[in-house]
Design a binder for this molecule. Structure first.
Ligand SMILES: *Cc1c(COP(=O)(O)O)cnc(C)c1O
Length: 321
């Protein structure tokens, strides 16, 4: 297990206060009807960068800033890259985001618009990663990992505190699962406060690296495949130090979803909840629609809605508009 403590999570909350939104927890009447118990949605979609990743990034960067560090780097072009760029600007730090020349222009522009230095290198994510490590070695940048880092995990864990403060009798929390930073954090905080709570992780069938690693008993490589839940793609790292062991210890059940179910989750969110959400954020709703989650008595279920950064044309096609 990791060295993370509940005190670290409370300190993270103090550190990110005012920079990150304490998000709403809203009952879904449609999903409550379907599940037969109250179902609540934790809306990380309202964070200024459109995903929960701002919590972990802000907690990590604030600690680096306290230590006098002024430059941070990451190789993520997705929600983590946005979060690092945003948090760096808010804290008066310089951020570099390394990406390959194959990254689409809209993603490059999004990072650029947040004031980060875009560093294009090579033709793959691995090349971008190598360049990030070079900036660490040669230009004094601090690397900020997307999930496998106690500071990042503690930031994501603040979601667990917020949920149980608002809804102390929740029986189950459903969390999208990729590298496991979100899951480890939320599960750690929730089980510290309420050891009997059920923690469900949801991934897509296509390239579920954490699920495959849990089954193998160690971090393993899984081919990355195209999926509607694109923010859940990618491996957990063969040298994973924190999130694999934490997830293994804290998880009660994994649900895997096919692409049709994920699409149904996105469409349900739009039609019934009036929410535009990305595929990775729709997996919890989809798991409930698929009746893949057991209820316990009449106690509420909470679904973490992790982000809203979906290509708006892709979204329009999915909802048939
Ligand atoms: C990163 C991300 C996830 C998964 O988080 P992990 O910590 O990698 O498991 C889920 N949803 C969204 C929207 C994300 O950006």
């Amino acid at each position: 297990m990791s060295e993370l403590t509940l005190a670290d999570v409370y300190r993270a909350r103090q550190r990110i206060k005012g920079r990150v939104v304490a998000t709403p927890l809203v009952q879904s009447m449609a999903l409550s009807r379907i599940a037969g118990v109250p179902v609540y949605l934790k809306l990380e979609t309202v964070q200024p960068t459109g995903s929960f990743k701002l919590r972990g990034a802000t907690n990590a960067l604030a600690q680096l800033a306290e230590q006098g560090c002024k430059r941070v780097v990451t190789a993520s072009t997705g929600n983590h890259g946005r979060a690092v760029a945003h948090a760096a600007r808010a804290l008066g730090m310089e951020a570099a985001v390394c990406m390959s020349s194959l990254v689409p222009k809209n993603k490059v522009d999004a990072v650029d618009a947040l004031g980060a230095r875009v560093v294009i290198s090579g033709k793959s994510q691995d090349d971008a990663q190598v360049e990030a490590q070079r900036l660490v070695r040669e230009e004094g940048y601090a690397y900020v990992p997307p999930f496998d880092d106690p500071r990042v995990i503690a930031g994501q864990a603040t979601i667990g505190l917020e949920i149980l403060e608002t809804l102390p009798d929740a029986s189950t929390i459903i969390v999208p699962l990729s590298g496991g930073g979100l899951f480890s954090g939320v599960a750690f905080a929730a089980k510290c406060v309420r050891p009997d709570i059920a923690m469900i992780g949801v991934s897509m069938e296509r390239g579920a690296a954490m699920h495959a690693s849990l089954a193998a008993g160690k971090p393993i490589f899984v081919d990355e495949l195209e999926t509607l839940a694109d923010s859940l793609g990618g491996g957990i790292g063969l040298d994973n130090r924190h999130t694999f062991s934490m997830t293994r210890e804290l998880i009660d059940h994994v649900v895997l979803l096919d692409e049709v179910s994920i699409a149904r989750g996105i469409v349900h969110a739009y039609r019934e909840e009036r929410l535009v959400i990305e595929g990775a954020a729709a997996v919890g709703i989809a798991a409930v629609l698929d009746r893949a989650v057991e209820t316990r008595g009449t106690n509420p279920i909470v679904i973490v809605i992790s982000g809203c950064n979906i290509d708006i044309d892709a979204h329009r096609r999915l909802i048939g508009a």
